[in-house]
Structure formats: C-alpha cells, structure tokens
Design a protein around this ligand. Sequence first.
Ligand code: ADP
Length: 304
Amino acid sequence: MINVQGISKRYGSIKALNDLDFSINERSCFGLVGPNGAGKSTFMKILVGVIDRFDGDIQVFNQSVKKDQLAVKRCIGYVPQDICLEETLTANDNLTYFGRLYGLSGEHLRNRIRVVLEQIGLSERAHDKISKFSGGMKRRLNIGCAILHEPSVIVLDEPTVGIDPQSRHSIFSLISELKELGSTIIYSSHYMEEVEQICDSVGFIDKGKLVEHGTMKQVLDKHRNAAIFVAKDGMVTEELTAYGDVMQTDAGFFINCADPLSTMGIMIEHFRENGITPERLELSQTRLEDIFFQLTGLRLRDNG
Ligand code: ADP
C-alpha cells in the first residue's frame, strides 16, 4: 500500500500541490489525471525522491520517502516524461548503463537485459544505436531502463505523449504484463480514454488539489448519470425541453433526466406518433472525461 499523507509543495508563490491525502493499493494500476500544470509531475517526483523538500510524507510499503529515501528508491522504477537516454549508444548499452546504476552486474544484468528487451519488444534492435529509433521505440526503451531492477512500484509520467498507435498499444500491453507480474503501477496522463482502459483506480488532480479518487468502478458509479442522446437534422432544443435538461453539441442533443430509460420510451412513442425518425437515439453512459468536466469544468481532449 502507498499512503500519501498531507503532501504540499510550493515553488515560490506557486502552490503546486495542496494537501494531497489518498492511498494506492498494492498491485493496482493507479491513473493520475489532470491538465498540464495540475501537479502530476511534481507529485511523482516527490514519490520517487527527485524532489526532497515538501510538506507531508508518503509511505511506500511502510517506508517513508522522507526518512527511508534509499530503501524507497530501490523499490521504485521511475519513467520520467522526458526521454532520458544516450543517443550515441545502442539499446543494449543504454540498458547496461542504467542496470549498473541500479547496482546490477555480470550474468544477472545480462539476463535482466534479455528479459526486458523481450518485454519492450526491442530484442531484434538491441545492438542498434538509438539515434535511429522512432519516438515510440525510445519511450519503450526508457521504460525498459526503469524496470531492470525489478521494482515493485513503477511510476510512469505521461508515457504515451506524442507516440504512434503501435507503440502506444505496446506500452499498454507492457503495463498489463507488469501488473500481472505483481507490480503496482502509477501512471499519469491527460488521455482519459487511456486511463479508463488500463487503470483500475484513479485520482483527478486540478490546480494541485485531488478533486476525486477511488477505484474506477467507485468513481464511475458515484458520478454515473446516463443521458439520452438524440440527433436529427433541423431539430431544435425547444422540441426536447419537456424531457429534461437539454445540452446541444455539434453532434446532437444530450438530455439529462431522472429516469432516462422511461423517458426514452416516451420520446420514442412521441416520435412514432408524429412520424419523426431521428438519425440517432441512444442512451449515453457517463465517461471519465465527463466526470472530470463535471468536477472541474475542464475538458482534457485527446489531441495525440
Ligand atoms: P503537470 O505534471 O500536471 O503538468 P507540474 O507538476 O509539472 O504539473 O506543475 C505544477 C505547477 O508547478 C505548475 O504551475 C508549474 O508551472 C509549476 N512548476 C513545476 N515545476 C516547477 C519548477 N521547477 N519551478 C517553478 N514552478 C514549477
């Protein structure tokens, strides 16, 4: 269990983190979600020991990031947002370098490099200089460097920013595999679909404050608010206000009401009697993206 206790961090007059209190279960995949500048990287850097001046404490399996720095660092693998590799060296040499930093050597290091290259799908490219690698391959290698020492906690700061779909898919598979093998994963992203797909618990962070957290199911259930979606050329809001609160978007109309299923039945009856055939009429379930919007008024669009 990772216990975050009253973490606050200031950069001069900027309050980057404001009294964070939450816990992350062992062997879970926790998604930390928020817009740029929300405080995700700052939190991760405190957890992994890159930032050591802050208020509060984090217990990582009963060891304090403040008092037991070295022990905590040993059990964590940190994948920073910026790729940190030596371009003039091969994948194998980069892994060797990082492995030695973690105190690995000899046959054990060679074995770990073999396993990790397999896990990140780069075995065939082990002896190529990474200056020839795509952005996605470099990101995978960056993850590889952080897992050589078999850490029980893996911290990934926005690992899929600006990469091709194939590498993104391969990073998802790798995260699932690492979780299966028993690691606890902490993953920051502003791609909601991604977090909803691979994380089993989530925390929303906005302006340094944790605005919601829990298991994915708890958060979705708590804020679940099914709406009716209807689209028809020429339809206007006034035709729908009798059914609930109407919100018009480019694609059509969302109607929020207490009992969407029964209301949809009434709408269907009305449409049938009046010869109206909508292009689309469906129940729309709340997504993580909608909940974040409800709580913060912010949209985190997937632009990548
Ligand atoms: P995120 O990772 O969610 O984008 P950050 O943790 O990087 O957010 O930043 C949180 C806030 O702290 C932002 O307002 C950012 O400008 C500020 N900040 C981050 N690092 C520094 C720094 N080294 N010096 C001053 N301000 C910083």
